[in-house]
Design a protein around this ligand. Sequence first.
Ligand SMILES: [Zn+2]
Length: 97
Amino acid sequence: MANPKYAEATRPIPQAQELGLLSDGTKLMKRAPRIRACGLKDEKGKLCAGHLKRWYFYGEELKEKFGAEAELYRCEKCKAVYLPNEEEEPRSGTICY
Ligand SMILES: [Zn+2]
């Protein structure tokens, strides 16, 4: 298996994926692997970079979508909701430019 430390240095920064909006306008995102900071930009194009924190007190809409025990994260700055990434395992050779 490739050394993840080495692979990370040569890899482009993974981007979070936008999954859509909740009914109250909250952004729903999927975390990029191993990223713990919010990658959203505000109206001025400034990176949010808020810390993603495990979030337990989400509302009914999210409970319906993901269940009451879901692993969810929320940006402490812009309040966007993040789902964990199922590809935390580094896969070499899948990102090509
Ligand atoms: Zn944010």
